[in-house]
Design a protein. Structure first.
Length: 172
């Protein structure tokens, strides 16, 4: 109880720094989180984006905010990244391992005429389509999502889903 009195009586540095290191650690963590949260809100980041971004240890970011494909693409660009383009099995597996169980995420593939990586006109060579996909069931499924097992399916671009952004550099 005396340590608490000293901590709040103006003798913080002299007495609390050495007598209550756990308290100091908690205070530092709290202040850091408050500053980070304030900055995240000011910059219009969503907390799921920031939280997962900090824990992936990868050059991919999972944004758990539900958005249309177009909004997901814009959101990735706003964070200096691109909607993930999967060009090989290794990348597909890497992203699959980052996904929360049962989630479906937008990928950077869209069908104008041929399935291609966003912003590119050449057809993609690697694919990991689910059985009977792409099927464009209602004639308007022009965007690609990754679901269970890392398998792809075509979906209506206006559906709200989470997304995967590629930053181009490994984080943490």
């Amino acid at each position: 109880m005396t340590a608490v009195k000293y901590c709040f009586s103006g003798s913080f540095i002299r007495r609390c720094l050495f007598q209550t290191p756990f308290f100091i650690l908690l205070l530092i963590q709290y202040c850091t989180l408050q500053a980070f949260a304030h900055r995240a809100l000011r910059n219009n980041y969503s907390f799921p984006f920031v939280t997962v971004f900090m824990s992936t240890g990868s050059d991919y970011i999972i944004d758990e905010t539900n958005m249309t494909w177009s909004d997901s693409k814009t959101n990735c660009e706003r964070h200096n990244s691109t909607l993930a383009k999967i060009l090989d099995r290794k990348t597909n597996s890497k992203i699959q391992k980052l996904l929360p169980q049962g989630s479906e995420v937008w990928l950077g593939l869209k069908k104008p005429i041929l399935w291609s990586a966003t912003g590119e006109t050449s057809k993609t060579t690697f694919n990991n389509w689910k059985a009977d996909e792409p099927n464009s069931t209602h004639g308007n499924e022009n965007c690609v999502q990754m679901g269970a097992g890392g398998l792809w399916s075509d979906k209506n671009c206006e559906l709200l889903k989470t997304s995967v952004c590629y930053t181009g550099k490994k984080r943490f």
